[in-house]
Design a binder for this molecule. Structure first.
Ligand code: BGC
Length: 826
């Protein structure tokens, strides 16, 4: 008889981990607490400890390099995931990421980003899920479960109150205890307590006067109340002092040089940091190593991860499930493909879609599908698609499209990179595909003094083009063998990683003949001396428009006789990215004028919005349909085409209120005053703030939280629920749902609570539970939604429940004509 070995009890594993941690010398212990390099922890082969590799995250897994040859699946942005309102999609999203991580030798993913959508101006809004803590918490937990089911760690970030980018390294978020618990901590809680995240990332900012990596919040509630037994990793450079080692900050990233190392050894030796603190951190790092399978003698958390997931299929599904249809006059959508002879596709983003946001979240997918391409593929062969750009969106230098580049050395597509030593001799080289090249801590051979890029670029059309180079440092550019400049490009923004995010540029005009190639050679000289090991060089073209009015006029002519005009509008990397906040919510360039002009000549105008966060749509009532596609990931264009042509329905609901005007937005500010960003709205964030403002006679948003149309309609019946629950009890609500339309579809049933006569200040109403269901045309079903006791509680030095009657509102969005019931807490 064979017997399966029983897993070792957790307490025994813990004891062995601690003994192992204690067996290390102080120097060995401390060496584990700062990264070995930019992306991994130190290995100690003598004890069978391998390195743990960490990688961004959160909508794809980049791996240890930024090399486009090692491509990554690019999933829709966090805001799109938030709009799915689907734990099932979030779990599978996590599984695809976990699978990607394993493929790339990554042990922990730096995501999900679960800061709240506090202000729509927030630069990283696109990365985060929602303005609501319950929706965020439940999707984040499902994401974490998905990643970790693959034996890979997930890292909810950025803990805590990191809702803006302005002065992001120094800003102090000032947040009162109640909103801290009910909103910002609540967003993280389930990922730790239920999904048992193996890591959490501490943020750059301070919270109530103490920087995150030294903040007591790392201990309470994270460790004490929530039982977090994983690793607190700092955001990159967020450890600011030796003293941070006295806090529950475990791992300093990146390395190898930081504030800890020898200074921390000295601090332990002279008693400023207790040795027990160090041993505790080391135990946690060993526990993580054991979980991800890089510590000999310990079973990994998941021995053989199940499943083989199709990343592209999930990317497409998440993009369709997250797309929110805000308007569909006269049921224009879905279009009947058989009736379309001429389709006008308009907009810069239709051709150059933004499929992901800028900053550390960026990955390099093998391909992306633009809406133009998606529509061309999906429409019947006899439908003519005519494209016009209409208005310029992308600003500044854009990487050359890969098919326009030819590597003269290898005689293959792309470009040749040559590494040169100080004497100008070749010491290495590689054939690359993309003209935006990034080396961060790896990939540049020892002894390199300069890097040369050679390519032959074939412009898409004859005429004058503006091309150039973006980088920080000394660079020389030659065009067809003649030197055109040799300059020092200096970064004045002082942003960490400016070379990557927002490099200074030099451009020049080049006139090309039809089909003729231009030989480009760039020589970049590496700076001498220490600094962050980041080299980023961008060769590319800038879109120039001689006559913006003529571009609009051309699009109008295109739209005038078309059976339908699809206008794709959106943001660009210069206004929506990590590293800075937005100044306003306007669509860049002449896009508003473009939509107005097109809609004026074609009543069948559909606008697809390609942004990661809210933008103003002053024309929204003049067009037939509005579809929000977010940053839809690599399969974005397919998802858009399937939705417009009705092979998929738009499944999304707004995870965040969508304003009509900037001045209406109740919580807007992202700029610290004297270093402090005061969260003065307290618990009234997002739709809670809008409701409070509306109650006082102020403006409502253009589209409320939870809103989104499908291609069918649903009726909700009277909910069944208990008349009363004891303090601490959950409330089970069951809701009859009928599909009253003529095709199958998905309903997202939302339960809100209200407490009009409360003794405590409360939101007008708040989301307390949700669940989706798919029903055939005419079919009925019942949706069971559990309202957790926590949704009936408020924080007042501890979680409290006010006895008495709560109103239960069941609907399809925040402002629906609700089914109303009551429950008494006794
Ligand atoms: C970002 C993090 C990211 C880290 C590593 C930081 O600048 O804030 O979200 O994980 O860089 O790239």
């Amino acid at each position: 008889m064979t017997s399966t070995p029983r897993p070792e009890p957790l307490a025994a594993t813990d004891a062995r981990l601690r003994t192992l941690a204690e067996s290390l010398t102080l120097e060995q212990q401390v060496s584990l607490l700062t990264g070995a390099d930019v992306w991994s922890t130190r290995a100690i082969p003598e004890i069978g400890l391998g390195r743990v590799v960490l990688s961004d995250g959160p909508a794809g897994v980049r791996g240890e390099d930024f090399d486009e040859r090692h491509d990554s699946v690019s999933l829709p942005s966090g805001s799109a995931l938030g709009a799915t309102w689907s734990r099932d999609v979030a779990r599978r999203y996590g599984q695809v990421l976990g699978q990607e991580a394993r493929r790339k030798g990554v042990h922990a993913i730096l995501g999900p980003t679960i800061n709240l959508h506090r202000s729509p101006l927030g630069g990283r809004h696109f990365e985060a899920l929602s303005e609501d803590p319950l929706l965020t918490a439940s999707l984040a937990a499902a994401y974490v479960e998905g990643v970790q089911s693959m034996g890979v760690g997930a890292t909810p970030k950025h803990y805590l109150a990191n809702e803006a980018e302005t002065d992001r390294f120094t800003a102090d978020s000032v947040v009162a205890g109640r909103p801290l618990r009910e909103l910002y901590l609540a967003a993280f809680e389930e990922a730790v307590t239920a999904a048992r995240a193996w890591l959490v990332m501490s943020s750059y900012n301070s919270i109530n006067g103490t920087t995150a990596s030294e903040n007591d919040l790392l201990e309470t509630p994270l460790s004490t109340e929530w039982g977090f037994d994983g690793v607190v990793v700092s955001d990159w450079t967020a450890v600011r002092s030796v003293e941070a080692a006295n806090a529950s900050q475990d791992l300093e990233m990146p390395g190898p040089v930081g504030h800890w190392g020898p200074a921390l050894v000295a601090a332990v030796e002279d008693g400023r940091v207790p040795r027990a603190r160090i041993t505790e951190k080391v135990t946690r790092i060993l526990r993580l190593a054991a979980r991800v399978g890089v510590l000999d003698g310990f079973e990994p958390a998941v021995a053989a991860p199940a499943g083989k997931y199709d990343g592209a299929a999930l990317a497409r599904e998440a993009a369709t499930r997250g797309a929110v249809l805000l308007r569909n006059e006269g049921g224009l959508l879905p279009l009947d493909p058989a009736s379309l002879r001429r389709v006008a596709v308009i907009g810069h983003n239709a051709e150059q879609a933004r499929t992901q946001g800028g900053g550390s979240a960026t990955v390099q997918p093998r391909h992306t599908v633009s809406p133009l391409e998606g529509l061309r593929k999906a429409l019947p062969a006899d439908a003519v698609v005519h494209y016009s750009r209409g208005a310029k969106v992308a600003e500044g230098l854009q990487e050359f499209p890969r098919m326009e580049l030819h590597n003269p050395v290898g005689n293959v597509p792309g470009l040749r990179v040559t590494f040169l030593d100080a004497a100008g001799a070749e010491i290495g080289g590689e054939d690359r595909l993309a003209s935006r090249l990034v080396w961060f801590g790896a990939g540049i051979p020892e002894g390199t003094a300069a890097i040369r890029l050679d390519t032959v670029w074939t412009a898409p059309g004859a005429g004058l083009h503006t091309i150039g180079i973006g980088t920080v440092g000394r660079v020389r550019l030659s065009v067809d063998g003649a030197e055109v400049f040799d300059d020092e490009l200096t970064d004045h923004t002082n942003v960490l990683g400016a070379a990557l995010f927002d490099p200074p540029r030099r451009t020049l005009g080049v006139t090309t003949a039809a089909g003729g190639g231009v030989a480009l050679s760039a020589l970049y000289r590496l700076p001498a001396g220490p600094g962050i090991p980041l080299t980023a060089i961008l060769l590319g073209e800038e879109t120039m428009v001689a006559d913006p009015e003529a571009e609009i006029a051309e699009a109008v002519e295109n739209a005038r006789t078309a059976d339908v005009a699809v206008v794709v509008v959106g943001t660009n990397a210069a206004i929506e990215s990590e590293g800075f906040d937005r100044q306003n919510l306007d669509l860049p360039g002449r896009q508003d004028a473009l939509v107005e002009a097109v809609a004026a000549v074609n009543p069948r105008t559909v606008v697809v919005v390609n942004s990661g966060s809210p933008v103003l749509m002053p024309w929204r009532e003049k067009v037939a349909a509005v579809l929000l596609g977010w940053f839809g990931g690599q399969e974005f264009g397919d998802a858009v085409a399937h939705i417009l042509l009705g092979t998929a329905e738009p499944g999304g609901r707004l995870p965040t209120s969508w304003p009509a005007a900037l001045e209406d937005v109740p919580v807007l500010d992202t700029t610290p005053v004297d270093g402090r960003l005061v969260y003065g709205e307290g618990i009234h964030l997002g739709y809670r703030a809008w409701l409070k403002q509306q109650a006082a006679g102020g403006a409502a948003p253009a589209y409320p939280f939870g809103f989104g149309l499908g291609y069918t309609t649903f009726a909700l019946g009277a909910p069944s629920l208990p008349a009363a629950v004891d303090v601490g009890g959950d409330v089970e609500v069951s809701v009859p749902v009928t599909n009253t339309g003529s095709r199958a579809g998905r309903a997202v049933v939302q339960v809100y609570l209200a407490r009009p006569d409360s003794a405590v200040d409360r939101p007008v109403r708040w989301l307390a539970g949700y669940k989706d269901t798919v029903l055939d045309a005419g079919a009925s079903g019942t949706v069971a939604i559990r309202v957790p006791a926590r949704s009936l509680a408020h924080y007042d030095g501890g979680w409290q429940q006010e006895r008495g009657v709560f109103t239960v509102l069941v609907g399809r969005h925040l402002e629906d004509d609700f089914q109303v019931a009551e429950v008494e807490v006794r």
